[in-house]
Design a protein around this ligand. Structure first.
Ligand code: ACO
Length: 327
């Protein structure tokens, strides 16, 4: 089996910033409540007409800028998203067309906030088995399009954005261990339950639910903390490492209090977690890759460092990856 690593990263965040003060004008909330309960100060909002695929394409191009692998040589494209432009075609095929990756096969992966790591591990398996030489892994989500902007329980939490990684074989290090786990028993805790209202053959009003994100925040919080702490511990163990070997943990950015609780439960100083939730809120699948990209850019992650990525999302879905950084 070949060793596989991340060769380059890219990201795209929409220009428009929506601050907590802006949201105070829309719903009954306050900057103080949002910051103290979540750590979020502002988030990005996609421009009028800007779609999930537009953000995915911009992130892909950013990752290709720094990549030794050119678009025409990419052999697989995976896009993690739960907010595709439409049910089909896939966002991945739209990216393929836009970047001219004619050799690639392309499809989307839906695993909510864990989508990027689910796609990363999928891509790694394709490369290490020898089926493809390289892959582009993208996460792009536009949650502001599925949020009820009259509901303060959810509208303060999310933003839009995308991140991308080019994966290929590496001599040393790379992706050391992967862990993924799902718990469908918790499927009702969060989702967008829209499809049933669209069928003329379904007369049951009771089955029709609002086509916005519904979320049981407190219950999700209770699952997210042990879910992430356990995924992290198991992935570190699988890599044959100790928690002290991990230089930086890049977590899904859903809530600063979740990250603090995970750090405490896992027994890792919170200082070793990279956190940027204050700037972007929860950008679903894109959160962890945007954070990873920024952590590398500001020098929190350097060549040879062993790092952990850990995520949790609706489904319920959790994952962690241990990586020895390659550049
Ligand atoms: N502004 C002011 N007050 C608010 C707001 C708001 N924006 N939202 C809720 N409140 C009120 C509530 O109405 C409630 O008032 P009450 O006590 O009078 O009833 C009070 O604040 C407390 O509400 P809680 O829901 O108990 O607040 P909590 O501390 O649990 O924080 C939050 C809510 C931020 C949603 C938290 O539960 C959370 O982060 N949950 C996890 C979210 C998550 O991880 N989602 C999954 C990942 S996302 C994905 O998969 C795509």
């Amino acid at each position: 089996m070949k060793k596989v690593g991340i060769l380059s990263l890219g990201r795209y965040l929409p220009v428009q910033v929506l601050t907590n003060q802006d949201i105070e004008k829309i719903v009954d909330t306050s900057d103080e409540w949002i910051v103290s309960r979540t750590g979020i100060k502002e988030r990005r909002i996609s421009a009028d007409g800007e779609k999930t695929s537009d953000m995915a394409i911009a992130a892909a191009k950013d990752a290709l800028k720094n990549s030794v692998i050119k678009a025409e040589d990419i052999e697989a494209i995976f896009v993690a998203t739960v907010t595709p432009d439409s049910n089909f075609p896939s966002v991945a095929c739209l990216v393929q067309r836009a970047i001219g990756a004619k050799k690639a096969f392309a499809y989307d992966i839906g695993a909510a906030c864990s989508g990027f790591l689910y796609a990363l591990t999928t891509a790694k398996q394709f490369i290490s088995s020898g089926m493809v030489q390289n892959a582009m892994v993208i996460a792009s989500d536009r949650f502001t399009s599925i949020i009820d902007w009259k509901n303060r329980n959810t509208c303060v939490l999310f933003g839009d954005g995308a991140g991308a990684a080019v994966l290929g074989p590496v001599q040393d290090g790379g992706m050391l261990a992967d862990y993924m786990i799902s718990n469908g028993e918790g499927s009702d805790l969060m989702g967008v339950m829209a499809d049933k209202v669209r069928s003329p053959f379904n007369s049951s009003i009771e089955t029709a639910k609002l086509p916005f994100v519904t979320m049981n925040g407190q219950e999700l919080f209770k699952h997210a903390v042990p879910g992430m702490a356990e995924a992290l511990a198991l992935a570190v163990k699988k890599a044959g490492l100790a928690l002290d070997d991990i230089k930086c943990v890049v977590p899904h950015q859903a809530n600063d209090r979740i990250i603090a609780s995970v750090a405490k439960r896992a027994g890792i100083d919170k200082e070793r977690f990279f956190i940027n939730i204050d700037k972007y809120g929860n950008i679903s699948a894109a959160s962890v890759v945007v954070a990873l990209c920024e952590a590398v850019e500001v020098g929190r992650i350097k060549k040879g460092d062993k790092i952990a990525l850990v995520v949790f999302g609706a489904g319920l879905v959790a994952a962690a990856n241990i990586i020895e950084w390659s550049y």
